[in-house]
Design a protein around this ligand. Structure first.
Ligand SMILES: O=C(Nc1ccc(C(=O)N2CC(c3nccs3)C2)s1)[C@@H]1CCCN1
Length: 139
């Protein structure tokens, strides 16, 4: 990385972001029914910290703190809760010339045909999507 932009160079970095969720054996004392993990990974789960400096996860206002920051691999956050809401994910890059990228992810706790997949004999619900971060003429 330098201060000069690399003319004509376009870098594409594939990422997968989303959440997994599992039903707790019994609700917690404050009524949480599920444990979930929201994450951003490389396409095959690889470490993306070579181009991502940190990732923030902005949850519903009832979570405290509402915004969590992860600056090492794996870029994920695990919480418990009782419902589904939108999570704002913000990717910050090592390259100071690259603006942060914002992703919106609807947290999924329950199976939805065509939206979620299931793993571990149906015990784990997964909702994730593939995307690409494009760096035009990176420094
Ligand atoms: O579910 C929904 N919104 C939710 C917001 C927050 C949720 C949650 O899970 N939790 C709050 C958090 C805490 N409670 C106590 C301490 S932290 C655990 S769910 C909407 C409503 C209709 C459809 N979806």
């Amino acid at each position: 990385m330098s201060n000069r932009r690399q003319k004509g160079v376009i870098l594409e970095r594939g990422i997968v972001y989303g959440n997994s969720a599992t039903l707790l054996a019994r609700p917690t004392d404050n009524g949480h029914t599920h444990k979930w993990t929201v994450y951003v990974r490389g396409l095959y789960g690889e470490d993306i910290s070579y181009f991502v400096r940190k990732i923030s996860f902005k949850l519903h206002e009832s979570f405290s703190p509402q915004t969590r920051v992860v600056d090492t691999h794996p870029f994920e956050l695990t919480e418990t809760g009782w419902g589904e809401f939108e999570i704002q994910i913000r990717l910050f890059f090592h390259d100071p010339h690259e603006k942060p990228v914002v992703l919106l992810h609807p947290l999924r706790l329950y199976p939805v045909e065509g939206i979620t997949t299931e793993r571990d004999a149906g015990k784990l619900v997964v909702a994730e999507r593939y995307d690409e971060v494009i760096f035009n003429e990176p420094t």
